[in-house]
Write a protein that binds this ligand. Structure first.
Ligand code: CAA
Length: 261
């Protein structure tokens, strides 16, 4: 934790309260991805097919509480695209470990970056590719879903939570603000007042609070959230796939249509 704390101090000490994606940072290099030719090349995720038609993607950086570095997101996008294109797959489940769905963007990767390069290279731009996947994505959240981890859950279509889940946008504690759509998606999910409290104070939500606020679809029995997410995904595989795709598109369209009416 020492390295992280010093990272946090370093980030906080030079931060202005602007998004991580657009704040002044100090380094000169952007991350390089290891090429991913197929599923066997993944280093930050594990991929399986636990039931017919269901692709399970497990974030796999347990020592870093699944902190979301560029390599992980690169692999996640690759796996999601592969599932989207695979006619034998109808729904995707994304999960983390027992302790953490994801504890946020990787602070160690970000702490030395500078604004002009990250802005020019659209550093977090590839995160939102997940929202372009046409098949339904269900997140199964155990433990911490903080910062980018909460934003990742909100990019998915259905969020199921274990009673151990903890949701939050603690970026304000680092002197920055959520940089991957959290300010908009959280507001849409739970409303302005609750979002303001969470984003401005950094207070976390328990699983029950998140359910009551509408951030998660359901809290399920401890230890069962991945199985339950796979079951929900499996139910979806039995429906007309063209209707599922159209329904997802139609629900998502509300985000934009509602804004203009
Ligand atoms: N980035 C990089 N490493 C992280 C991390 C993160 N976001 N969160 C945890 N880790 C690492 C720690 O550095 C530690 O590794 P080392 O032992 O090598 O130092 C390991 O994971 C375990 O972490 P802790 O020892 O801190 O575990 P804990 O149980 O004591 O605390 C925690 C858990 C409360 C989640 C704490 O780790 C924490 O506060 N993490 C940071 C949460 C955060 O601020 N997230 C927002 C990041 S910014 C962001 O996401 C921006 C965005 O909008 C895109």
């Amino acid at each position: 934790m020492f390295a992280l704390r010093s990272g946090l101090r370093a980030v906080a000490s030079r931060s202005a309260a602007v998004p991580l994606s657009s704040r002044a940072m100090l380094s000169t290099s952007l991350p390089r991805f290891s090429p991913v030719a197929n599923g066997t090349d993944y280093t930050c995720i594990q991929v399986s097919t636990p039931k017919d038609g269901v692709r399970l993607v497990q974030l796999n950086r347990p020592k870093a509480l699944n902190a979301l570095n560029s390599q992980l997101f690169h692999e996640l996008n690759h796996a999601a695209d592969a599932a989207d294109e695979d006619p034998s797959i109808s729904a995707i489940v994304v999960t983390g470990s027992e302790k953490a769905f994801a504890a946020g963007a990787d602070i160690k990767e970000m702490k030395d970056k500078n604004f002009s390069e990250t802005y020019k290279a659209n550093f977090l731009g590839h995160w939102s590719k997940l929202t372009q996947v046409r098949k339904p994505i269900i997140s199964a959240v155990n433990g911490y879903a903080l910062g980018g981890g909460c934003e990742l859950a909100m990019m998915t279509d259905i969020v199921l939570a274990s009673p151990t889940a903890v949701f939050g946008q603690p970026e304000i504690n680092l002197g920055v603000i959520p940089g991957a759509g959290g300010t908009q998606r959280l507001t849409r999910a739970i409303g302005k007042s609750r979002t303001m409290e969470i984003v401005l104070t950094g207070r976390n939500l328990t699983a029950d609070e998140a359910e009551a606020a509408g951030l998660v679809s359901r809290v399920v029995r401890e230890g069962s959230v991945v199985d339950e997410a796979v079951n929900v995904a499996s139910k979806i595989t039995k429906k007309s796939q063209i209707s599922v795709q159209a329904a997802k598109e139609a629900v998502n369209a509300c985000t934009y249509v509602c804004d203009t009416n």
